[in-house]
Design a protein around this ligand. Structure first.
Ligand SMILES: [Zn+2]
Length: 158
């Protein structure tokens, strides 16, 4: 009889499991495998590395504070809007129409009762040439449009 592991011809073959595969091997090779008796006591999963995984899986969750990422609107946004509007010679209805907002909403905003939504803040900043964000968020967008105008873009593309 031939040992399935080393190929040697021996009188007696021992059934063993080597890496999960059942083989008939010689007594020399038997020590490399696990005899069925020993094996059968172990759960099948035992062969594929025990799932001991007791260490908690680390879930990557970026630490993100909403107040860190969101720009803060200036405290006296209402006054700034009203003053800028008056400076531009617009009445409240005109401004509301220009930025696509209801007059009643704009009135609330100007009186500081309601914080405008971001899209309206953008429009107000653009329309009134003001900055409603702290940290000069408005300034930044102004700088951008100054340094890179559509005209520049067209020139570059030519
Ligand atoms: Zn052998």
């Amino acid at each position: 009889m031939q040992c399935e592991l080393c190929g040697r011809n021996v009188d007696k073959l021992v059934p063993v499991r080597v890496e999960g595969v059942e083989m008939l091997v010689c007594s020399d090779c038997a020590k490399y495998g696990v005899t069925p008796k020993t094996y059968s006591r172990k759960p099948r999963l035992g062969m594929k590395g025990s799932p001991k995984g007791t260490e908690s899986r680390k879930v990557y969750r970026p630490k993100r504070d909403v107040f860190d990422t969101l720009k803060t609107i200036v405290e006296d946004y209402g006054e700034i809007i009203r003053e800028a509007r008056i400076r531009k010679g617009m009445n409240i209805e005109e401004l509301a129409r220009k930025i696509g907002m209801r007059v009643s909403t704009l009135q609330k905003i100007e009186s500081g009762q309601l914080e405008p939504e971001e899209k309206y803040i953008r429009r107000l900043e653009k329309e009134l040439n003001i900055s409603l964000y702290e940290e000069g968020g408005g300034e930044y967008s102004n700088q951008q449009s100054k340094s890179f105008t559509l005209g520049d873009f067209i020139k570059v593309r030519k």
